[in-house]
Ligand binder design. Structure first.
Ligand code: DAH
Length: 342
């Protein structure tokens, strides 16, 4: 048996030196190494031997099997490497298409506004999405029992702060960064805060639990309503074109006084009236006003010395208007059929 085994081994190795391509190599594998190949037949005949000789022959057979398989694999590698090298490249064939990612429509709007505001000398700040009750409401002139809290219900976190109170929530607006920025940088100050906000909404085509805003704050000495108006005019004209007009209507926001809704002539119908502006010719775009003295105080500034203007856009709303998207839920859906249109 041992003789037969070493003969087989020598024969295999000799033939291996003559192999010229992968096909003949595979034939060799079939002849010797496959289940029905010569080595397999020998291995199966081991059972007919006496116990003693079976053991010795078995060890040898296994060693040889391993050796031949290793040699075969080595040769196989060599041939497949050669083969890939020899494949001619046809440069006229169309290449494999690369899948490029692209920006989300809200990011597009955000980038556009960031360019505009940095060109006007604003800095861009980021703020925490998990905010405290204090920054999101109280410091913005909305104390615990204030009815204005009802307009902005949100998701509260089931964890106590170091004073033993449940006061963490998902921010409902980017406005809390007004306070944080004043506390950190003092005055004068010019900043925007783009970011994600959350509200506990019954979702439908116009309401979503997650959306994007952009806050703006300017603090200096002698900021007045005329500054706010001319500033919002410039922003509107940059955003929607030079013919855009602004109208300001009073609206209550607890952290500004007076508070306003800034409306621009509808960029779709140039103010003539259409479905999007509900035939009014105007689009409500921005909440704004002069910073309330209590808010300046909460920010650590003296309202007798400093004054400010603040404004807030819905980035999600702007994207809906600009791209004609009629359901807010698309933005968070991750639906490629939607996203790939931008
Ligand atoms: N935070 C307000 C909201 O979410 C928007 C807003 C209105 C921001 C007036 C302001 C402002 O800074 O002055 O409804």
């Amino acid at each position: 048996m041992k003789n037969k085994l070493s003969q087989l081994r020598d024969e295999f190795l000799r033939q291996l030196t003559e192999v010229k391509d992968e096909i003949t190599l595979r034939e060799l594998e079939l002849k010797y190494l496959s289940r029905k190949g010569e080595l397999g037949v020998l291995l199966r005949s081991l059972k007919d031997l006496s116990v003693d000789s079976r053991q010795a022959a078995g060890t040898m057979a296994n060693e040889i099997k391993q050796e031949l398989q290793d040699k075969f694999q080595e040769a196989l590698k060599l041939f497949s490497a050669r083969q890939t090298k020899n494949i001619p490249i046809d440069v006229t064939l169309p290449g494999a298409k690369m899948a490029f990612g692209h920006l989300h429509p809200i990011t597009l709007i955000q980038n556009e506004l960031e360019d505009l505001f940095t060109s006007l000398g604003f800095m861009i700040l980021d703020g925490p999405e998990l905010e405290s009750d204090y920054y999101n409401f109280t410091a913005l002139n909305v104390p615990a029992s204030h009815p204005a809290r009802d307009m902005q219900d949100t998701f509260y976190i089931d964890k106590k702060n170091k004073d033993g109170e449940y006061d963490l929530l998902l921010r409902t607006q980017t406005s809390p960064m007004q306070i944080r920025a004043m506390q950190k940088y003092g005055a004068p100050l010019k900043l925007i805060v783009p970011g994600r906000c959350f509200r506990n909404e019954a979702t439908d085509a116009r309401h979503e639990h997650t959306f994007y805003q952009m806050e703006g704050l300017v603090v200096a000495k002698d900021i007045n309503f005329a500054n706010l108006k001319s500033f919002l005019e410039i922003v509107g004209q940059k955003l929607f074109g030079p013919a855009t007009k602004l109208r300001m209507r009073p609206k209550f926001f607890p952290f500004v006084e007076p508070g306003n809704n800034g409306e621009y002539t509808c960029f779709l119908c140039q103010g003539k009236g259409c479905r999007v502006c509900k035939n009014t010719g105007w689009l409500e775009i921005v909440g704004a006003g002069l910073v309330h003295p209590s808010v300046l105080e909460a920010g650590g500034l003296d309202p007798e010395v400093y004054s400010g203007l603040a404004f807030g856009f819905g980035l999600t709303r702007l994207a809906m208007l600009k791209y004609g998207i009629n359901d807010v839920r698309f933005f968070q859906s991750g639906d490629l059929k939607f996203l790939e249109q931008f």
